[in-house]
Ligand binder design. Structure first.
Ligand code: ATP
Length: 228
């Protein structure tokens, strides 16, 4: 069984070939990193599998079936910074998010607890640190209790404390059995939090598989040399 399976996905924006024939599989329970430098096609790939963008070529399946609305409801996403209200509390912001996403309100105290924000749930969003704001964004993606989370560069723009908090949260979520797919341009991040990785360069898949196997491969060592 695979959570997500890509077959030969290609996408072009005018003259720019953003993705060329990308194929890989995301196993259940993995923290799956999509690793690549800026412009390598990570966001485009996540856009396609979340139905924000259409691939020009290729197909993908979710939970071993053609993608359908019913299956998409089992996936929580954090693709861009959510618009939280600065003068509302964390709890009130999640009430708004639950209403917009048509997710059950009874999930709110559960996701605040998972994100480690229960003690500060009645503080206004504007008083939150960067790490707490991002943990709230992940809490919002967890409304509805999806089994899979897709996060685009979840530690981007955070301070060191925030980066550590978000990575810890990702690992805790993985321990509860969730599958997490995250884009990152940081090898260090992938090594710290991911069990599996797909490496993209200029829209092409270089390598994919378990992190310890991929990063130990000779061809990866060559790729990550001083010229890359
Ligand atoms: P980043 O971390 O900078 O977002 P990325 O790995 O997520 O990089 P993409 O954003 O998917 O990469 O971009 C892949 C390529 O497609 C880049 O060359 C980018 O400039 C180009 N691109 C992305 N979106 C568009 C668009 N809407 N129109 C034209 N070109 C685009």
């Amino acid at each position: 069984m695979s959570i997500l399976s890509l077959h030969n996905i290609s996408k072009r924006y005018g003259a720019i070939q953003a993705l060329s024939g990308v194929s890989f599989e995301v196993p259940p329970g993995s923290v799956f990193g999509i690793l690549g430098p800026n412009g390598s096609g990570k966001t485009t790939l996540l856009g396609i599998v979340t139905d924000v963008l259409k691939a020009d070529e290729g197909t993908y399946s979710l939970f071993d079936a053609p993608p359908a609305g019913r299956l998409r409801r089992q996936i929580g996403t954090l693709l861009e910074t959510p618009n939280f209200y600065h003068y509302l509390t964390a709890c009130q912001n999640l009430q708004v998010a639950a209403a917009i996403k048509q997710k059950p309100e009874q999930d709110i105290s559960r996701v605040l607890e998972i994100a480690g924000l229960t003690a500060r749930q009645h503080s206004r969003f504007k008083t939150y640190s960067l790490g707490m704001k991002q943990r709230l964004a992940i809490a919002s993606a967890l409304l509805g209790d999806p089994g899979v989370l897709i996060l685009d560069e979840p530690t981007n723009g955070l301070d060191p404390a925030g980066i550590a908090e978000v990575r810890e949260l990702v690992l805790r979520l993985a321990e509860t059995g969730k599958t997490i797919i995250l884009a990152s341009h940081l090898l260090d991040e992938v090594e710290k939090v991911c069990s599996h990785v797909a490496i993209l360069q200029k829209g092409k898949l270089l390598l994919s598989g378990p992190v310890n196997e991929v990063l130990a491969r000779e061809d990866y060592v060559e790729l990550s040399g001083p010229d890359n």
